[in-house]
Design a protein around this ligand. Sequence first.
Ligand SMILES: [Zn+2]
Length: 358
Amino acid sequence: MLTDNPELFRGLNYPWGRKVNPTPGVPEKIADGVYWLRIPMPISLDHINIWLLEDDDGWTVVDTCLNLPNAREIWEQVFSEFMQGKPVQRVICTHLHPDHVGLAGWITKRFSCQLWMSREEFLMCRAMAGDTGRDAPEVAIRFYQAAGYNEEQLDKYRKKFGGFGRAISTLPDSFRRLVEGETIRVNNRYWQVVIGAGHSPEHVSLYCPALKLLISGDQVLPKITPNVSVFPTEPEGDPLKEWLRSNGRIRDRLPDDVLVLPAHEAPFYGLHVRLTQVIEGHETDLDNLFNHLEEPKRAIDCFPALFKREIDDSVIGMATGETLAHLNCLMGRRRVLCRQDENGVNWYEQKPDVCDFT
Ligand SMILES: [Zn+2]
């Protein structure tokens, strides 16, 4: 059982401490009818938090974990022991990433229930799963060439391509669309759908005013800054602009006194502080990156301006996407220019007329 162990850290208040780690497969009660299930994952992000909402005659589950045998085992245990024979009536996925959507197909099939998602997340998820079994398209190779990849790095990208579909169970063929501002009733309480963007295209958070809870998915995490990336499918996208805008909007729209239930790490109070930290962190990154571009640079030359850690091949894809998100944002703000050389490589530099107003 969770014991009160409030911990204040960097402006956030964690009622059960920052390192609280519920036993996998044993849901913890958070509020009346709201339970916290943690499932471990064998990747650097070593767990996901899943939220179980109880209704008179069944359960709503929010997010599902990767499609892994050990995660299915934990779910089986939860179905048979914790849920006490009441069925899962709906599966809500906050967004399309495999740790959230990985077992949605499996659970909805098992209980003949519906998957509830925003439309862009559902469609994008199916499109990405459709890449499995295909070769990496030429346009994607050119995209990473333009970022500065060498042949060896391009080869690694080719080999990894299509991995998304293998990390998830097949999605159902139809879904129930979640729309910004609508309310869902569970256990006679209303949960409002709050849409965000930037980390994924149409991310769903759920806000319950009566319980003062926010199931925040990856939109608001206490410590990690969610990845905001540009991908080859939309090379000129500006997801960082959307990310900053949606975080500001959530801060305006939701009260500060909610308990945030994030998909990773521990529940916390301090929604507005955290959103401000994330927004300001990106603004600082944008300034550092701008200062780094006095001389023309390729995307891969910009890593030191944005990341403290060494970027090796295991994280180069995420680092490249995140760097391009910051570069595209600076270009959108007309602070940076991009020129392509005769080898198809993009070089970014400060736009001269905004460097000096004196
Ligand atoms: Zn995510």
